[in-house]
Every structure is written in C-alpha cells, then in structure tokens.
Unconditional design. Structure first.
Length: 93
C-alpha cells in the first residue's frame, strides 16, 4: 500500500490520545494480537465535522466548475456559433 507501519501507528496513537479512537484487545481471541479500533463519540463528532467541511468544499468546487463551463460555452457561442451547434449542448452544461 505504500504506507509505513510506523506512520500508521503514529497517527493511530495520536487519534487515541485525542480521544477520537478507542483501543480494545480481544482477550478471549485465538489471535492475541487482535485489536479493535472504535470511534468514540468525540471521534464520530470530529468525523462528521470533517465530512461536512469536505462536502461543502466539493460542492463549492462543483458550482465553480459549472460556472466556468457556462462562461466557456457562452464564449464559444460568440466566437464559433456553427461549431457549438455541432456539439451536444447537454454535454456542456
């Protein structure tokens, strides 16, 4: 995967220290190295905030790209109306 185990452990330890992730060892498991990493309520809250900010940014990017496409389509219509007629406008908007 191209990710060093030490990097993963470092990040995971930070999440545990902040209280976003809870670590549990399965004492009755056959594999004594089996662990469960669970989001705590604070971790879930942080995940929701991160997701909201991500989606808000992506929606803004989408609106910006859509406006640029509309502007370019208008420019194209002014410069080469015959060419624009050949294109499927549905693909542009």
């Amino acid at each position: 995967m191209g990710v060093a185990l030490g990097s993963v452990n470092y990040c995971l330890s930070s999440l545990i220290d902040k209280g976003y992730v809870k670590l549990k060892n399965f004492k009755r498991a056959d594999n004594r190295k089996a662990y469960a990493y669970m989001l705590t309520p604070a971790g879930l809250d942080e995940k929701l905030h991160l997701t909201y900010r991500f989606l808000k940014r992506r929606i803004g990017e989408y609106a910006e790209i859509k406006a640029q496409i509309k502007e370019l389509t208008t420019d194209l219509a002014d410069l080469a109306p015959a060419l624009l007629e050949k294109l499927d406008r549905k693909d542009l908007l």
